[in-house]
Design a protein around this ligand. Structure first.
Ligand code: 7TS
Length: 407
């Protein structure tokens, strides 16, 4: 299937916005959903909506099978050893917070080190800031190269036997950098720590294999990979998850409850207190089937071609700054001299083009880039070269407009 055929499977992309065919270049914020995912969620609500893990009635069994079937799809998708290692969460943010609240706060001690980078999304930065403060641990940053990349030498120098936890994004949501998380995990393990991977921008675009990476925890969101909002995954090595306490208590996650004490269900359910995100999980399962039917290699190849095509054209525009290294995932973050990114995004919107402008939830990285804000175009499997052409044409028009107004 080519990108145009794939695009046909996304109903939202068929509309006009502000009188122009929609060009959606904001998939790093959230991706659009194919008809297969929309229908899977719709079918659940129309045909077998019911709570899970309790009823003996037919709909309850169907809902439980759908929910747990989705867990197995996630397990296979990231090549985890066992379904016990797959915890459904609300998204990447919730997954990382679960590790910070449960694992970090119980295992780390005063004087231990937590290591992250200045590239991180706030969701993979603030939970560690807060945990380090609460514990009295030291938060350390791996120094960046001028283009925002991380070298293994810098990682080796920063990570020490005092480092009990390293958290790193697999793919940057601003620079598109694909970080060497497997190699960093090896450094972390040699020093006796655990490796946490933020795979929010990786899982939709590249093959994530938790056994190959040998990471200890890995979090991602369904909504960035063609699935519904409100569902995400925390992978954790079974022995670590077993040693951890839940952070949410109530229904669904208990085994026995007595007046003054209670016991928890086994993995993964002890971390899934309350009625779970049933429709979301079923939708995520359908999204995984969809992605696998296209193939992650094909998705990656398509995005690399698009991003190369885009950057070639953008570089020809005078006053253009493109942030990040040449080698990257399917996104371009940039600034055009004389045009504020918010103005740019607003003008592009009048032409039906959706891009993101701002700090992209990465204020420390903006500081490193010496930019208060940037614009970002991000691609997914449904974007075409025509989308890029429309986008570049609109960039030129906007630049010319602002040049004339302010000169
Ligand atoms: N980590 C990274 C690398 C991200 O890009 C995002 C969301 C998150 C974590 C948080 O994911 P959530 O699903 O829990 O919100 N990134 C973006 C973005 O780049 N634009 O909008 C959201």
């Amino acid at each position: 299937m080519n990108a145009k055929e794939i695009r046909e499977l996304f109903p939202i992309l068929k509309q006009e916005v502000n009188g122009h065919p929609l060009v959606y270049l904001d998939s790093a914020a959230t991706s659009q959903k194919p008809v297969q995912v929309i229908e899977a969620v719709d079918r659940y609500y129309r045909e077998y909506n019911s709570n899970v893990h309790r009823g003996v009635h037919t709909l309850g069994t169907l809902a439980t099978d759908g929910y747990e079937g989705a867990r197995e799809k996630v397990r296979a998708f990231i090549n985890a050893r066992a379904m016990e290692e797959i915890v459904f969460t609300r998204g990447t943010t919730t997954g990382l917070n679960l590790v910070a609240w449960s694992y970090a706060r119980s295992v780390l001690k005063e004087g231990d080190e937590v290591v992250i980078t200045q590239v991180e999304h706030h969701s993979n930065l603030i939970p560690w800031q807060q945990a380090a403060k609460a514990i009295g641990a030291t938060l350390k940053y791996i120094p960046l190269q001028p283009d925002g990349t991380i070298t293994l030498e810098a990682a080796e120098q920063t990570i020490t036997p005092k480092t009990k936890l390293v958290a790193m994004g697999y793919v940057s949501n601003v620079l598109g950098t694909v970080n060497p998380v497997k190699e960093v995990a090896d450094i972390v393990h040699r020093n006796g720590g655990v490796m946490v991977v933020d795979a929010a921008q990786a899982a939709p675009h590249i093959r994530v294999d938790v056994q190959d990476l040998d990471c200890d925890f890995l979090a991602f969101s369904g909504h960035k990979m063609a699935g519904p909002t409100g569902i995400g995954v925390l992978y954790g090595k079974q022995s670590l998850l077993e040693s951890m306490e839940p952070i949410e208590f109530g229904g669904e996650m208990i085994d026995f409850v007595e007046l003054y004490d209670s016991t928890w269900k086994e993995l993964p359910w002890k971390f899934e207190g309350g009625t779970p995100i049933i429709a979301g999980a079923i939708g995520l399962g359908a999204a995984i089937d969809f992605i696998e039917s296209i193939g992650l290699d094909a998705i990656r190849e398509h995005e690399l071609k698009l991003v190369k095509y885009t950057m070639e054209q953008m570089r020809a525009i005078e006053g253009m700054t493109i942030y990040g290294p040449e080698e990257r995932s399917g996104l371009v973050t940039f600034n055009i001299e004389g045009v504020h990114p918010h103005d740019l995004a607003t003008v592009l919107d009048t032409e039906g083009i959706a891009i993101r402008a701002g700090h992209h939830c990465a204020q420390p990285l903006m500081k490193f880039l010496k930019a208060s804000a940037t614009a970002r175009a991000s691609f997914y499997l449904y974007n075409t070269e025509e989308d890029v052409d429309t986008f570049v044409k609109a960039l030129l028009k906007t630049k010319e407009y602002f040049g004339n107004v302010f000169s």
